[in-house]
Design a protein around this ligand. Structure first.
Ligand code: SF4
Ligand code: SF4
Length: 472
């Protein structure tokens, strides 16, 4: 892609500058930091990793607990099985997850990004592998600037081997959610797995390697949609990582024993440690920025500096815009209450639908070619196709019935058997005496299917019974 440059005309007509639309990425060498928030990130990152890698290995009632069985079009999540008909329920679950994210963002900013987002957690592991192979920040900078040597090649090879190994585990675990993982890990090395499994493992291995190894903060800054719209959910009471400019400025270096006030300085010693630890490479002293993922590593870095200087901690801290300006922070505010109530209502509806779901479905479709026909002595017949779905884990027998019209009877089959997951189209004819229709050309009727072993497992479908109309 060729570089495009466009002239920018400032207010002063004589000054014409240029903006580079395809700015070259500056490599970020992050410095390792220890502290409270770094430990907190470990406590949030490890459970996520354990859940992700351990998830496919869990068993529930004799089968994989979390198994998205695409060929059978069934999603098993512990004891619950979702069928294609449950797609709205799963979509609803995603909406609930999005609302949960909005609610957390209003309350505490981008804590999801800083602590539990897979991009952040996986990137942290890749950074750890990088430090283990290539050393500290300064050593890595020197290594990259040095000409190629055996040692440099060995270190780079070790880093990429670790990245690739972890990516491969990630890819296998991911595919393990879609195909029985216990078979997959045996079949993959023996070249006995199916082609799709190999393709998807390769795809997710490569995606992980590129995202966490190479793209890193670029994903947060340019690819993640959440970063784009999270700013609209912020208000002056949202928890953000902030630099206290009033306390820190004017910044400048000084000796540890020097009195900063006497020297006309604030508490910031301009050591740039907060910039060096930042995974997105920004300077939090420039204010709240789109790139900030609220990981709080700059807080740990600055607190360690404050400790060394014997200054109070918190020059960079979690706070709110209101608190920074000396105004009270309101935790409970209309927007947060609104989001929370909406979230509770949506979760309530989801749970109610989930818990009252019956594992049988029924649709009734009228025969298109014929409205009705007169049969025998004074009987009217309508023909329908009933679509019955067995959404239980076992084969079932169902009784078919019709209600809503006195003396209406089903001609033919009234009991059917379906295998687990089967959808069966059953043609049925309903007959009723003409006088039961009175002068009506159409009366509502209800078809029912009821499991023979459990009357509570039942579904119904509305339809209409048509007749000739007023008797002359
Ligand atoms: S500015 Fe601080 S909180 Fe924001 S991304 Fe950088 S290190 Fe993390
Ligand atoms: S780490 Fe603290 S003292 Fe050092 S530059 Fe950043 S804000 Fe200033």
């Amino acid at each position: 892609m060729s570089e495009e440059r466009i002239p920018v005309v400032d207010l002063a007509p004589a000054e014409v500058g240029e903006v580079d639309l395809y700015q070259k990425r500056e490599r970020i060498y992050t410095r390792k930091v220890e502290g409270f928030f770094q430990r907190l990130r470990l406590y949030t990152g490890w459970p996520l990793l354990i859940m992700y890698f351990g998830g496919p290995w869990l068993q529930w009632e004799g089968r994989q607990a979390i198994w998205f069985d695409l060929p059978a079009r069934k999603f098993h999540i512990f004891g619950i099985t979702f069928w294609p008909q449950d797609a709205p329920l799963l979509a609803w679950l995603l909406v609930i997850a999005a609302f949960a994210l909005f609610t957390v963002t209003v309350l505490a900013g981008r804590v999801w990004c800083g602590y539990t987002c897979p991009q952040t957690v996986w990137t942290s592991i890749f950074m750890w592998a990088e430090q283990l192979s290539e050393g500290t920040r300064n050593q890595r900078i020197r290594l990259d600037q040095a000409p190629w040597s055996l040692d440099k090649a060995r270190r780079k090879l070790q880093k990429h081997a670790m990245w690739f190994g972890f990516s491969l585990f990630t890819g296998i675990a991911f595919v393990g959610y879609f195909t029985p993982v216990r078979d997959l890990v045996i079949e993959l090395p023996l070249a006995e797995a199916n082609t799709w499994s190999y393709l998807w493992v390769m795809f997710f291995t490569l995606a992980t390697y590129i995202n966490a190894g190479w793209l890193r903060e670029q994903v947060c800054m340019y690819m993640c949609p959440y970063a784009r719209f999270q700013a609209v959910m912020f208000d002056r009471d949202t928890l953000i990582v902030s630099y206290d400019a009033e306390r820190g400025e004017p910044r400048g270096s000084r000796r540890r024993e020097a009195d900063p006030r006497a020297a006309g300085l604030g508490d910031c010693i301009d050591c740039e440690l907060c910039v060096q630890v930042c995974p997105t490479g920004i300077d939090i002293r420039n204010g709240l920025q789109l790139e900030c993922i609220t990981c709080a590593l700059c807080i740990d870095a600055c607190d360690s500096v404050m400790d060394r200087m014997n200054y109070p901690r918190g020059l960079i801290r979690y706070t709110t815009e209101n608190a920074l300006e000396g105004r009270p922070t309101h935790v409970l505010r209309p927007r947060l209450i609104g989001y929370s109530l909406a979230l509770l209502a949506m979760a309530g509806v989801f749970l109610t639908v989930l818990l009252t779901r019956v594992p049988v479905g029924l649709d009734a479709i009228r025969e298109r070619g014929q409205l009705f026909r007169q049969v025998g002595s004074g009987m009217i017949e309508n023909v329908y196709t009933l679509k019955i779905r067995n959404m239980s884990e076992d084969a079932q027998s169902y009784r078919i019935g019709v209600d809503g019209l006195d003396d209406a009877v089903i001609e033919g089959r009234t009991e059917v058997s379906l295998a687990s997951g089967e959808v069966l189209a059953v043609p049925v004819a309903v007959r009723a005496p003409r006088e039961r229709l009175g002068d009506n050309r159409s009366v509502p009727i209800v078809f029912t299917v009821t499991a023979t072993v459990d009357a509570a497992t039942s579904a119904s479908a509305d339809s209409r019974f048509l007749g000739p109309g007023p008797v002359r």
